[in-house]
Structure formats: C-alpha cells, structure tokens
Design a protein around this ligand. Structure first.
Ligand SMILES: [Zn+2]
Length: 585
C-alpha cells in the first residue's frame, strides 16, 4: 500500500476501535477562557519588553510538525501558536500577552524553552490554518505529506474537519468542531474527507464488493487504492454520506445524486455525491470541487507564451465562436473559466449555460440546465440572447439545436465560448458538420478551435534526468513515437517518486494545447468539406503546434515527462492518422 496512506492501517481494527472519548489534554486550560485580543502591537507595547512584539508571522517561522502537536481547537480558541524567531529561538506568539495559561500549556506540551511574543490575532489565525491545512501537499515545500502526524493520538486534527447537512449548505458554514456527535462512522467519513483533501484528490470512490469495500482516490487524474474496509462498515458509512448529501437513506435500489459541503480549517470544499446500486451494493462517488481552480487566470493554466498571446487576441474579439475540445477531465472547464475571469469587467455582460455549474463566478450570470423541466441548453440559450449579452459561455455543444443557436449568436455579434467532445482541434469541424450544420455557417462563425489535455507535472523534489535508454523505451512503447523525430531530441526528466508525490513522481497537472486558427485557407477547406486530417495537416504546415508537439516542448523544459506526453496524446494522434502517419502530427 502506498506509504501516504499509512494512517489507514493504524485504524485497521475498523470502526469498533475508533474511540468516542474526547481527546482533551488534561494539561490544557478549559476552553473559552475570556481574554482580550489586540488588533495591533501598539496597544500592548507597554506591556511587553522591546523586541517582543511582531507585526507578522512568515511561513518560514512555522514548524507545522510542532504546531500539530497542539490541538487545532485549542490554538484557535486561545489565539496562540509556537513560532521560531529570526534569531532561531522558540517563542509562543499570543494575541493576548497576558494569556499566561495558554502560554504555559503550550510550553508544557512542547517541553522546550520558549519566550513570549505578541502578534495581531489575524496573523496568528492565518499561521494556524497554514500549518494545519494549507501547508499540506499543495505547498510541497514543507516536504511532509505523510499523514501520521494528522492521525496520531496526540493530535486532534479530526476536529479540523466539519461537514454540513445539505439543508444548511446555503446558510452558514459551521465548523464540525461544534458537532457534538462523534460517532465512529462520522469519524471514519471525516478521515476519508480530510485525507482526500490533503492528498489533493479530485474524487473519492467507495466501491463495495462481495466481502469488502475498496476506497480509492483520484489524484492528478490517476486512481490510487487508499484502503479496504470491512463489508460491515459500509451500511453505516453509506448512511452517513447520504445524510450529508441530503439523500434518501432508505432508498438503495435507485441511483441518487446530491451535494454537500465540508469545512476543513478555513477552507470550504463543495462535494457532489453520486450513488448507484451495483451487484456488490451501493457504490459512491464523491467529487471534490476545488474552488481555487475556478480562480485560475490564463497564465496559470499552462499556456506557452506564443499560444497564450494568440488565445488572448482570440477572446478579445467582439464576435465569433471559440471551441475547446478534449475528453472529460482534460481541463476544458478550467480554461473556459480562466478566459471568463479575464473577460469579466464592468463593460461586458457575460452569461453562461452550464450542466452542471461547477463553480460560482462572481459578476457572471450562470444558468443551470434542467432537462427535467425542459430547460435545455438550447432553451436557456434562447433566453440568454434576450438579455443583451456580450459574451456567452455554453458548457457543451451536444446537439444540433444548441449548435445552431451558438452560430446564430456569433453571427449576430456575440463572442461564444464552448466545448465539444472531440479528440483534436480539426475534428471539431467535422463533428459540427456531422451534427447537421452547413459548412459555410461553420467557416463564417468559428474563429478558432483549441484542443487540450492535462499532463502531470514532475515532482520537483525527486526530479532526475532521464537517460537516453529510458526515453527510447518510452518511444517504442508508445504508439506514434519514433526515436528519429526531431521533436524528441534533447534532455528529458522524470520523477523517481518520493514521499512528497505519493511515490508517483508527479505533483499537480498543467495543460497542453493545440490551437487551430480558422484562417482563409482553413475556411475554404471547411466549405469544401475536407477531412479533418487534411485540415490539420494544412494548419501544421502554417505553424500550428499540435498537442503532442506542445507536450514535447513541456517535456523538453522539464515540466513533464516523455511518457506522460505520449500517454495523454495517443488518442489525438490515432484520431486522424493511425500510427504510420504520425510523423506529420
Ligand atoms: Zn516526488
């Protein structure tokens, strides 16, 4: 089993061994001791010796392992945190310099000499959440993704996780710190969530089989086995998850969908829950929606400078259709949102039709498709056009009617952004023709098609040069690769795997792109109903960087590995050429 998930084996006794007893350290003072806090250091300067007052706490001053020996709830309620001063000595930062009780308790637990400093409450709160949550895998600098510390008996980080019933999702995010019920099953569910967020998982799968249930996380697009649960643990866990998502716990024969929201430290995570009945029992998929993804800007999603410049020119056009293509999970939505974030300003009216709305974008009108009440993409779009939009984003063009309205909107002076399920950029044109759109309408409205994929980024902490032998192996094993290709020259890298990256050699993902600009020549080819591979070849002759070529640029820059580029671009090559013709890309 992956070493990242050692915490689970510590709990292998299952639910029965999860203790219900509160983990209150007897040495800690009782919670909620009334004490004042101070907004600025000036207020208390006279109480402290000179130099014992700091305005801020930098991440370098924090030792998360040390901080995590103290219960989160205690640090929060006392507004105190141990830090390292610039001269290397240990200190306890307090918002209230007279809170000697908290100081004594911390010194007692850490069992080492500390001095006292006073610091604004906001800085201390920021530092606490940095240690407890943010300084996890998202900030690999701390080099500690291992979870042992999270789940050792001295730590109370369980309490850092909270969940809300769906009924109260819209109201207030209440920390689970306040949830009285600490049933073992609640703890089990919380552990799963906490661990999933810390390992940057996008999905949690709970899959029952005849004698056991498997828990898997999807991290950077790849599934990892996390744990095996006893069959008898499943009914309680299922009920807990269903209650969280406001689903019918008595219904086990029909699929159900719901949503929930959990709170970890200061972060809210939205969760979409899907339950389906399978032969082994009900199978649960939980998708964790990372809000930070919706806030990415165009220069954070992996564009090379040339493609970025050209994409910025495209989205600044007053009208036309820009299509993004790629399979599910290729990052299309993130790119669309990044484009909308850039376009979002006072002068533009931006409206979207989505299914589902994954993230809320401030300042943008988002409409959710609801086929049950006949609110389809096409229906929504027709109404959106009456709202005087400048920019329209359509989650996906799935049918002829939606495609027709998108084209009509573009021809009447709107910028339309949307996605299509095709493997490469040129196939988008043929897909629209297959749907029944006249080629001349496509050539007069579509201004560009961008295909994209996500490649995993090599972990910086275990990155090593890849020997020539290794990468030639990668080429011969991957369809479409050839050792003599000029694009496959140079130095390449790989991650050998470390604690930091779940032993995968990768940490995080970035986009690779293929941008087909519909110029006059391509327009003519579209109206002549040319095959997509003919169109693609013409675009490459004019300098289009293909998905694979863009990926190879990133591999040469040491961002990702050769294997990764070949893995994610295989289908784009097969889509048009077959292996023999790969050289034309
Ligand atoms: Zn690594």
């Amino acid at each position: 089993m992956n070493m990242l998930f050692d915490w689970w084996t510590a709990e292998k006794g299952g639910l029965s061994e999860l203790s219900d007893a509160p983990r209150q350290d007897p040495r800690l003072p009782s919670q909620g001791v009334p004490h004042g806090t101070y907004g600025t250091c000036g207020d208390v300067h006279n109480l402290m010796q000179p130099g014992r007052c700091i305005e801020s706490i930098s991440p370098e001053q924090l030792t998360p392992d040390l901080v995590k020996r103290l219960p989160l709830e205690f640090l929060k309620s006392q507004c105190a945190i141990p830090i390292t001063l610039e001269d290397g000595t240990m200190a306890v930062a307090l918002a209230d310099p007279l809170n000697i009780e908290a100081y004594d308790a911390i010194v007692g637990i850490l069992n080492q000499p500390c001095t006292r400093v006073v610091c604004p409450a906001a800085e201390i709160e920021k530092a606490i959440s940095l240690c407890y949550y943010e300084n996890g895998p998202r900030h690999p600098g701390d080099g500690r993704v291992g979870v042992e510390s999270e789940f050792n008996p001295a730590s109370d980080s369980d309490d850092a996780l909270s969940s809300l019933d769906a009924s109260s999702v819209q109201t207030r995010a209440e920390d689970l710190l306040n949830v009285a019920s600490k049933a073992p099953v609640v703890k089990l569910a919380n552990r799963i969530f906490f661990q999933a967020v810390r390992s940057r998982a996008s999905d949690i799968h709970i899959e029952p089989y005849e004698n056991e249930a498997r828990v898997r996380f999807r991290v950077d697009g790849m599934l990892h086995n996390v744990a095996t649960l006893d069959r008898q643990q499943i009914p309680a866990l299922l009920s807990r998850l269903k209650i969280m998502a406001n689903l019918d716990i008595a219904e086990s024969r029909l699929p159900q969908d719901g949503q929930s929201r959990i709170k970890i430290g200061d972060d809210l995570v939205d969760i979409r829950v899907s339950v389906i009945p399978t032969l082994g029992g009900e199978r649960v998929m939980l998708r964790l929606l990372d809000r930070t993804r919706a806030q990415l800007s165009l220069d954070q999603i992996g564009f090379n400078a040339d493609v970025l410049g050209s994409f910025r020119r495209l989205i600044s056009m007053p009208h036309g259709i820009i299509l993004l293509t790629g399979p599910t999970g290729s990052g299309k939505t993130t790119s669309l949102y990044a484009a909308l974030n850039e376009l979002n300003c006072e002068e533009r009216n931006i409206l979207t039709v989505e299914d589902p709305i994954e993230y809320q974008l401030p300042g943008i009108g988002q409409m959710q498709v609801k086929p049950k009440i006949e609110l389809t993409f096409a229906h929504c779009l027709r109404h959106i056009l009456r709202q005087d939009p400048d920019v329209i984003m359509i989650g996906e063009i799935r049918d002829l009617e939606t495609a027709q309205i998108a084209i009509q909107a573009s021809l009447t002076g709107h910028l339309v952004l949307s996605t299509l399920h095709t493997n490469d950029s040129a196939s988008a044109v043929t897909r629209l023709i297959d749907m029944g759109i006249e080629p001349y309408l496509i050539s007069s409205s579509v201004v560009a098609v961008m295909a994209q994929r996500l490649v995993r980024v090599i972990c910086a902490q275990c990155k090593v040069p890849q020997g020539p032998h290794d990468y030639r192996m990668a080429l011969s094993e991957s369809a479409g690769g050839a050792a003599g290709d000029p694009l496959v020259q140079g130095e390449f890298y790989k991650g050998i795997g470390c604690e930091n990256c779940l032993n995968t050699g990768y940490l995080g993902r970035t986009g690779i792109f293929e941008q087909l600009i519909v110029d006059d020549r391509i327009k003519t080819m579209i109206t002549q109903r040319c095959d997509s591979h003919v169109i693609k070849r013409a675009a490459v002759e004019k300098g289009m960087i293909t998905l694979r070529a863009d990926g190879l640029r990133k591999a040469q820059a040491g961002v990702t590995s050769l294997e990764e580029v070949f893995r994610v671009t295989q289908d784009s090559i097969h889509a048009n050429y077959g292996v023999a013709e790969h050289a034309a890309y």
